[in-house]
Design a protein around this ligand. Structure first.
Ligand SMILES: [Cu+2]
Length: 243
């Protein structure tokens, strides 16, 4: 019995410390360097956010703290954000493979605030495709999660919010009184971008995370541990690039 409890405690400890955060960005494959607190509004820890009513779910715990720099890119460019667990110099220290789920990327007009309110538009998402979760594909891709800046996007300053959703404990709803501490783990990270180009489209999905993410959303309450046919991430479909 004691052995069982100790084993469970160890298993839980390794899962609990297996979180992730963003180190930096690549623009068309070019490394932009360590972006933590430079162009990323980096949280103080790599812990997940579970409380969907907290503004931490938007841009994490330092979401309202403006970073001094911007990543410069053009509409149509390919961007990758590089995630890591604890040591960014260790190419294998990315994310515990227990953390299976989708990766969503959102955009909002630049704000010095924390991104609260109906200002977000989804520009990319990967869920469960070809038999593999997006977080595992990212892990196999050196921690890089890629997306494209819509070609039609109007130039200007923006916040990009990329989010890993780890669903290993999402088989219970996040507000289930009988199973506290369960639900999806969100790892949101917000990067400041300055976009150039001749586009004219203004993202207009007006998504508000504190209203649109709910504990019974089938993208946030989902059992990955039993066979399933398909998975739909939370939020609207990806923006079509027109206003
Ligand atoms: Cu974790």
């Amino acid at each position: 019995m004691l052995f069982t409890v100790a084993t469970l405690a160890l298993a839980f400890a390794s899962t609990a410390s297996a979180h992730a955060t963003v180190f930096g960005a690549f623009v068309n494959g070019k490394d932009q360097g360590d972006g933590r607190n430079k162009y990323i509004r980096s949280p103080a820890t790599n812990d997940p956010v579970r409380d969907l009513s907290s503004t931490d779910i938007i841009c994490n715990t330092n979401g309202g703290k403006v970073a001094p720099n911007f990543v410069k890119a053009a509409a149509g460019d390919s961007i990758a954000l590089r995630w890591f667990h604890f040591n960014p110099d260790d190419p294998n220290d990315i994310l515990d493979p227990s953390h299976k789920g989708p990766i969503l990327t959102w955009i909002a007009p630049f704000t010095s605030g924390n991104g609260a309110g109906p200002v977000w538009t989804k520009i990319a998402q990967q869920g469960f495709e070809n038999g593999e979760w997006a977080t595992i594909k990212m892990r196999n891709n050196g921690g890089r999660a890629e997306f494209t800046i819509p070609k039609t996007l109007a130039p200007g300053q923006y916040l990009i919010r990329q989010e890993l959703l780890a669903l290993h404990m999402a088989d219970f709803k996040c507000n289930d009184p009988a199973n506290p501490g369960r639900g999806a783990e969100s790892y949101p990270s917000c990067v400041q971008l300055e976009i150039t180009g001749n586009g004219e489209a203004i993202p207009d999905q007006d998504f508000d995370f504190n209203r649109g993410y709910t504990c019974d959303n089938p993208g946030l309450h989902f059992n990955i541990h039993i066979p399933f046919k398909s998975y739909t991430p939370p939020g609207p479909p990806v923006w079509d690039g027109t206003t």
